[in-house]
Design a protein around this ligand. Structure first.
Ligand code: GLV
Ligand code: GLV
Length: 325
């Protein structure tokens, strides 16, 4: 390898080890030390002439950013499994490789999905606040924070990719009946896990918990709107750990206000971060998390390793590259 340091990479936010060490071995590394989302101008300025860009979900990587980088840009490595923040068509036009971090975060996100299911069904957040605020006055009480059983209920999974499949596996441990709707059927998983494919409308009508695991694209944008939410049971919960824009959030808020469904567990929103003026914050039937599906020490470090290796391996033509398409 002649003079490997001739290549450079810009990392839009501080990522954990071993990411920086892997990259420093082969490239000149410019890593934004801040944790906040980069201003657009700062991003544009820093991508100039780089060979590789390692980006986060909050960075919109469109033709302007690619033009600002210039002809050297060969790889855009997403520090995420989702890549809806990157204009894939524009990247293809310029022959830029786009990569992501599959496999390593699916179990972690499936765990978080179950945290949301359990927290929403059993009032965990409201009950915890009740204790902390000193409102727990009468000891064990017959009707204190009654919720819904997860065990033995029906789970509807929208999108049977790697995360959806791992959620289905967990659901079987809870004795749940599992229905799924996806772009394509997977009969092997159906028979291995004893789960059933149903049309979306039927899934919404029959499920006690509807959990979204679809990636965001033109066909999934606002896939869950008023007409779909109205098919759900009044006792059902909607769980979303995929992308906020798969759900029409205005319609969801209205449904919660009208008690059309029992509640929601959300890790993602149409516009992130949400502010305290978002009505979701003031509704009691909501469990709201700040997009932490993959947030464990081990998984974030694995994502750093994979996203760094994706860059090194694309530039030097060796090893595995988790390429989109
Ligand atoms: C998180 O949302 C991811 O796409 O990795
Ligand atoms: C509850 O703690 C019970 O014993 O039923």
């Amino acid at each position: 390898m002649d003079n490997p340091q001739k290549y450079s990479v810009f990392i839009t936010r501080k990522i954990p080890e071993p990411g920086p060490t892997i990259l420093k071995k082969y490239l000149q590394v410019n890593m934004n030390p801040e944790v906040n989302v980069l201003d657009r101008e700062v991003l544009i300025k820093n991508v100039k002439n780089v060979d590789a860009l390692l980006c986060m979900l909050g960075d919109k990587i469109d033709s302007n950013v690619m033009d600002a980088a210039g002809a050297n840009l060969k790889v855009i490595s997403c520090y995420s499994v989702g890549y809806d923040h990157v204009d894939i068509k524009e990247a293809e036009k310029r022959k830029i490789i786009v990569t992501n971090t599959p496999n390593v975060l699916a179990n972690t996100t499936a765990d978080l999905t179950f945290s949301l299911i359990l927290s929403a069904a059993r009032n965990i957040i409201n009950a915890d606040s009740h204790v902390r605020r000193g409102n727990w006055k009468f000891g064990w009480t017959p009707d204190l924070f009654l919720g819904y059983d997860v065990y033995g209920s029906t789970l509807g999974i929208i999108g049977l990719g790697e995360i959806g499949t791992l959620v289905a596996k967990r659901a079987k441990g809870f004795g749940m009946e599992v229905l799924y709707y996806s772009n394509s059927r997977n009969q092997k998983i159906e028979s291995d896990l004893s789960i059933s494919y149903v049309p979306l409308e039927e899934l919404l009508q029959r499920s006690d918990f509807v959990s979204i695991h679809a990636s965001l694209n033109k066909s999934s944008f606002h896939m869950i709107d008023e007409s779909k939410i109205n098919l759900m049971k009044k006792t059902a919960f909607l769980i979303n750990t995929s992308r906020g824009k798969v759900v029409n959030e205005k319609h969801l808020i209205k449904a919660l206000e009208d008690k059309q469904i029992a509640g929601v567990g959300l890790d993602v929103y149409e516009d992130e971060p949400i502010s305290v003026s978002n009505p979701l914050i003031h509704l009691p039937q909501t469990v709201l998390l700040p997009h932490i599906g993959s947030a464990t020490f081990r998984t974030r470090s694995k994502m750093a390793e994979v996203s760094a290796n994706n860059i090194v391996n694309s530039l030097f033509g060796k090893g595995t590259v988790y390429r989109i398409k």
